[in-house]
Ligand binder design. Structure first.
Ligand code: PLP
Length: 217
């Protein structure tokens, strides 16, 4: 089942777009099945679950933390995390840099932007982002490799498309103003089970797909 779903999803995704299989709440066996089918990027939204699964599963899995991260929990994921998707404060950035230094590694992360209409979601505005970037050049153990966002949970395709366009424009603006000389600033993480095809049409380079692969939660 899972491997068939994976094949179906991969058919819709061009080679230059990374598929992060979102395995939150799903058991180890489900991840193993996707792993055996060749999947290597997995996403979790809770630190405790991510750490537990990392311990039990093959070490060549690239683990993505896609959910909100509390500063006091950075230390648990710092030794191994592949990409942190939801950085939205300077305080968090400072802590990730500190923990990355302690682990003698460079941690990649994405700046999360608030693109949805709903005001419950986390994420930066462009103004907040610019303040944060003023100081970020001094961080030696972190790399900002792109942006991440979540569209509104609505049926209106026009609205979703516009929110994805907004994130794409934010990426382009940051690239030209701050990251013109850094080739690794190249990731736009947007698109989930319900909207990843739309997201790809609007320029996504990384989709986070859970239920379309693993079934409903
Ligand atoms: C759960 C989650 C996803 C995947 O959602 P599906 O609709 O199951 O594909 C993607 N991104 C984030 C941040 C999530 O929390």
């Amino acid at each position: 089942m899972i491997s068939e779903n994976l094949v179906e999803v991969l058919k819709e995704i061009p080679n230059n777009v990374t598929l992060v299989a979102v395995s939150k709440t799903k058991p180890i066996e489900a991840i193993e099945e996707a792993y055996l089918a060749g999947q290597r990027h997995f996403g979790e939204n809770k630190v405790q679950e991510l750490v537990a699964k990392h311990e039990k599963l093959p070490k060549d899995i690239n683990w993505h933390l896609i959910g909100h991260l509390q500063t006091n929990k950075v230390k648990y994921v710092a030794p191994f995390v592949h990409l942190i998707h939801a950085v939205d404060s300077e305080k968090l950035l400072i802590e990730i840099d500190k923990q990355a230094h302690k682990n003698n590694r460079i941690i990649d992360m994405l700046l999360q932007f608030h693109i949805a209409q709903e005001d419950t979601k986390f994420g930066l505005s462009m103004g907040e982002c610019k303040l944060l970037l003023k100081n970020s050049r001094s961080f030696l153990n972190t790399r900002i490799v792109g942006v991440m966002g979540m569209a509104s949970f609505v049926d209106d395709e026009y609205q979703i498309r516009n929110e994805f366009k907004t994130l794409r424009n934010i990426f382009n603006e940051l690239k030209s103003e701050y990251f013109g000389d850094v080739p690794y600033f190249s990731t736009i993480s947007m698109g989930m089970s319900g909207d990843y095809s739309l997201a790809i049409e609007e320029g996504s380079t990384m989709v986070r797909v859970g239920s379309a692969i693993f079934g409903t939660r």
